[in-house]
Design a protein around this ligand. Sequence first.
Ligand SMILES: [Zn+2]
Length: 209
Amino acid sequence: MRDDFSEEVKRVIAHRANLVCSNPSCGSSTGGPQDDPSKALNIGVAAHITAASPGGPRYDSTLTVEQRRSAENGVWLCQNCAKLVDNDESLFPGKLLSAWKIVREHSALTSIGQTVHSSVETEYQRKHRQILQWKGQRVMWVKMPTPQQAMTLGTRPWSSVQLTVLDCTEFYVKIKGDGWDNSRSIPMRNIEIGHDDRFDLPELLEYDR
Ligand SMILES: [Zn+2]
């Protein structure tokens, strides 16, 4: 007698994980298209956190049949990870699999409705995308003191001037002030974005770091 999951329970386990393997050091996608355009691929497994039958990995005799067959007792894994966790019970105890399930489902929940930008872009990419909108426009440029300078001179910004954003990549922002002979390129890592309320302009804060 095996307390296997029903097809419906398997489907729930899969979709609560958004079809992604719950092993945090794997995280591989388990779904996709097949060659046959009318079919979808599934290489994921609804693995039992505690085994479906006595003698199986992590079997818990205190559970009822219903509990053992419920979606709560299942963790979504790719085929490789499903084999891995059943091969060594001591390395992958039930508590660990439960933790994987919680983390994966939390991540699936928080990514619902998120755009590609908001979920995968780096800090630099985010700043790049924002500053690009101001290309050719006026911004406030604020030079911030270094920590050493701040100790002797205070944290007040050294200067705050209007200038023009000439260009921006993920790594540099090119700026030019009125009366400057040359433009300057500031590394993106030294820049924070703010807003100047007085002039209602975007603000680039330059930190020396
Ligand atoms: Zn995996």
